[in-house]
Ligand binder design. Structure first.
Ligand SMILES: Cc1cc2nc3c(=O)[nH]c(=O)nc-3n(C[C@H](O)[C@H](O)[C@H](O)COP(=O)(O)OP(=O)(O)OC[C@H]3O[C@@H](n4cnc5c(N)ncnc54)[C@H](O)[C@@H]3O)c2cc1C
Length: 325
């Protein structure tokens, strides 16, 4: 048997988290097959074929798959599942969308957000907002698994161009689309466009909390983000107060980030926030309360008023920029 990984893409390019999921899949079984389902997504097929850990690409073309509706993708995945022991995707909005439906249709229990693979049936996943890790053994014949992408390195490309690899016989199998149930319809997509790096994959994240006090004050965070080429994150309190949109939320009910540097400003450090950032390599916290829980996990703690500290920080960054120029 082999493992089936569902590729996340936008019909023209592969989303980076698929590469992390490929690494995880290859730790379960070396026979990794990747499903690329979409509309006019040949380029994605080539990208996936170029990844050395991928043994086969299953390519299914249909306008029904263009917007990745869970209701449309699930029948295809369920049909293909006959040939596989594990169905895998990343534990982000893409995987969280269709995997529960696939698991229900296969009458199996989904194993979500795994961070480590002990063996082909035993996995480690965080519970209680990341405060405990549980090791789960699944006896289900088919295992539907979502992977926390930041816990696995992205799979390297084989170094050969996809067309060379294809010539050498990396198999691309055409898969006929499966009839869709027509129970949902795609209306429109609204995406936030940003010049800044994507929050989930940025090397540097600067995040603001309720301490910022207003939407306007988030400019202090944005200015530093621009200088550092960082993504902007936020606590749920900042999002709920309307200082910033919810696609910036970090934490248990937001995004999980593991940047090289995470700067938390005016964030107290509630466990639900820590669940989304505590694996960051270096954590800097700026808070005026010396007892704030965020300081207990920070590598560098600055007990200061953010309205004084951030302008000073920006000034230093500007000086550095001038020297570099
Ligand atoms: C089911 C559930 C899920 C949740 N999911 C999430 C989640 O995904 N992400 C998340 O973040 N939260 C989440 N929460 C909410 C979480 O419990 C906290 O309420 C939230 O994280 C608090 O945000 P905060 O740190 O910005 O605000 P606060 O806790 O109010 O902290 C504000 C901090 O700013 C500091 N401060 C104030 N003024 C200044 C100043 N001038 N200079 C410096 N520091 C200053 C204060 O000392 C304080 O430490 C969730 C809660 C529940 C129940």
């Amino acid at each position: 048997m082999a493992v089936l990984l569902i590729a996340e893409h936008n019909n023209s390019t592969l989303k980076v988290y698929t590469l992390n999921a490929i690494t995880a899949a290859s730790e379960i079984d070396k026979e990794v097959h990747v499903l690329v389902a979409g509309n006019k997504c040949e380029n994605v097929v080539k990208e996936v074929a170029a990844v050395s850990l991928v043994k086969k690409v299953l390519h299914s073309e249909s306008s029904d798959y263009e917007n990745f509706l869970a209701e449309n993708l699930s029948p295809l995945i369920v049909k293909l599942a006959e040939r596989y022991t594990h169905i895998i995707s990343s534990a982000n909005t893409f995987g969280k969308n269709f995997m529960p439906r696939v698991a229900a249709l296969l009458d199996t229990s989904q194993i979500s957000d795994i961070i480590k693979i002990e063996s082909s049936d035993t996995f480690v996943r965080p519970i209680y907002a990341g405060n405990a890790l549980v090791t789960v053994k699944s006896n289900d014949k088919k295992k539907c698994i979502t992977i926390r992408p930041t816990s696995f390195d992205p799979a390297p490309s084989s170094g050969e161009s996809a067309s060379e690899k294809l010539k050498k016989g990396t198999l691309v199998e055409k898969v006929e689309p499966v009839a869709v149930p027509n129970i949902s319809k795609f209306i429109k997509r609204e995406e936030t466009k940003s010049e800044r790096p994507e929050l989930g994959t940025a090397r540097i994240v600067i995040a603001g909390g309720r301490g910022l006090q207003s939407k306007e004050n988030f400019k202090l965070i944005n200015d530093i983000a621009d200088k550092l080429n960082a993504a902007v994150g936020a606590s749920r309190a900042a999002v709920d107060a309307g200082y910033i949109s919810n696609d910036h939320q970090v934490g248990q009910t937001g995004k999980v980030v593991v940047p090289d540097l995470y700067i938390a400003v005016g964030i107290s450090g509630a466990i639900q926030h820590l669940a989304g950032m505590k694996e960051s390599k270096v954590i800097v916290a700026i808070n005026k309360d010396g007892e704030a829980p965020i300081f207990s996990i920070a590598d560098y703690s600055l007990e200061a008023d953010l309205f004084k500290a951030l302008p000073e920080f920006l000034e230093e960054l500007n000086k550095l920029n001038t020297i570099q120029k």
